[in-house]
Design a binder for this molecule. Structure first.
Ligand code: TGC
Ligand code: FAD
Length: 386
């Protein structure tokens, strides 16, 4: 039986979706949970799990089976993100980037030849991808990117820098966004072994340590025109990929919230002060109940998004509202769980501080909390406050 579910939201899912979730939980409890604190402390991503993620259907789960996807519903995909982030945001990030930011753009904006060539190995985890949109001068305004793609013979020369790129040093291909000579944003599949391509890992992170983050440097990298995503034209293309990833994050954050709640609950039942467990104190109960309330709201928001997504009526500001709310709720819960654990809460023997530090990144990437406020603000008022 799965953990926190105060309103029996899991009952709303199909038996197949529930089964996929339970299998994912069993797998992750066995293969990842016992080691995650060490991976995080060492600052390493468990590469050995990449093909296993493929076997488990974590990569491109909602893409059609013809391309190696698992053909899962939006809710089924969301549940996988929930389970991955219940263990660690870094694991969910790996799967999010591969599925929503690499496989999705190839599926949505690629040619049939590109789909056949790249999607099956990406889904099996034999090939890893990354997504280069953010640049060193600022990520919130990707329309101001400086990376350029210049036509040359049968292809393009790409020059520029991308910053904070998840999976950058693991990737065989990078989906890179660049402006052409007319200033139109285009997407390219760049093999990372091309001359002029360098990935430099970002070190000394205090967050998302079980994840590889890199700077990409492209110096006159040549790609043939058949590596350009033919249907991608303008900023809307990369932004539509972000909508997919943000959707998954709304689910993942609820998984992290469950993880820290369970730890705080367990601890509070056994920690005796002044002759009674701290769980018997009103101050502690208020904190736990707030977590239950926030988890319930997060799960219901995510579930509703899944319905709208499958119906094809989901708008990107609706996704922004859930990304903003669910991540901030999980971050707050992780801080409070850490507080309930007292001094023990500052060590990696407990998971709350790891989730808390990870969620600082999740609150920032894929659009900061402020940027999602402005996206929803523009949607409800009709006024842009960017
Ligand atoms: P704006 O005028 O708003 O939009 C340009 C065109 O794009 C459309 N659009 C979207 N379409 C789909 N999904 C979205 N989320 C969309 N947002 C906008 C829009 O309708 C418009 O279309 P059209 O046809 O009218 O041209 O452009 P703007 O320059 O004003 O954009 C502002 C803003 C803030 C919305 C946008 O730039 C933004 O979202 N900024 C945040 C950037 C961001 O989230 N970067 C994330 C990088 S990737 C990452 O962090 C990966 S983390 C790893 C992991 O996921 O684990
Ligand atoms: P900035 O855009 O410089 O923002 C700085 C501050 O200003 C923020 O608080 C922001 O909210 C605020 N701000 C900005 N504009 C406004 C405004 N108009 N009004 C009010 N406040 C404003 N990017 C990728 O492309 N691919 C990846 O795989 C990827 N992975 C990442 C992994 C990690 C670990 C991290 C930390 C980031 C990753 N990112 C990735 C980048 C991420 O998307 C950006 O960090 C994010 O979009 C914010 O950009 P920035 O860091 O440049 O901050």
């Amino acid at each position: 039986m799965l953990g926190l579910d105060y309103y029996r939201v899991w009952d709303l899912f199909t038996p197949e979706e529930r089964m996929a979730q339970e299998e994912a939980r069993r797998f992750l409890e066995r293969e990842a949970a016992p080691h995650i604190a060490s991976w995080w402390e060492e600052g390493t991503f468990p590469r050995q799990l990449i093909p296993r993620f493929g076997e488990m259907g974590f990569l491109g789960a909602s893409l059609p089976e013809a391309y190696g996807g698992a053909g899962l519903s939006s809710a089924g995909y969301g549940l996988l993100m929930y389970e991955l982030e219940r263990i660690d945001s870094g694991l969910r990030s790996f799967a999010s980037v591969q599925s929503s930011l690499v496989m999705y753009p190839i599926f949505r904006y690629g040619s049939e030849e590109q789909r056949q060539r790249f999607l099956p190995p990406l889904s099996r985890g034999e090939m890893v991808g990354c997504f280069g949109l953010t640049e060193p001068d600022g990520g919130s305004d990707p329309g101001s990117m400086r990376t350029v793609a210049r036509r040359e013979g049968s292809g393009w020369r790409i020059t520029g820098r991308k910053m904070w790129i998840t999976n950058g040093n693991l990737a065989h291909i990078a989906v890179v966004w660049a402006k052409d000579e007319e200033g139109i944003i285009r997407g390219f599949i760049v093999p990372t072994d091309r001359p002029g391509f360098t990935a430099r890992e970002v070190k000394h992170k205090m967050s998302l340590r079980a994840s590889v983050t890199s700077e990409l440097i492209l110096e006159e990298v040549f790609v043939e025109d058949d590596l350009r995503l033919p249907e991608a034209r303008g900023l809307g293309a990369p932004l539509s990929c972000l909508t997919q990833a943000r959707y998954g994050i709304a689910w993942g954050a609820a998984g992290a919230l469950e993880a820290v709640f369970q730890e705080a609950l367990e601890f509070s039942r056994h920690r005796i002060t002044f002759g009674r467990p701290i769980a018997a104190r009103q101050l502690v109960q208020e904190k736990l109940v707030q977590m239950v309330e926030d988890h319930t709201s997060s799960l219901l928001r995510a579930w509703r998004l899944a319905q709208l997504k499958d119906a094809g009526t989901l708008s990107y500001p609706q996704v922004s509202l859930a990304k903003r709310a669910n991540v901030r709720a999980a971050l707050k819960a992780a801080r409070v769980a850490r507080e309930i654990l007292g001094g023990s809460g500052i060590t990696l023997e407990y998971r709350s501080i790891r989730h808390m530090l990870n969620l600082e990144t999740v609150d920032t990437y894929e659009g900061t909390y402020d940027i999602h406020t402005l996206i929803v603000g523009r949607d409800v008022t009709g006024e842009s406050a960017f």
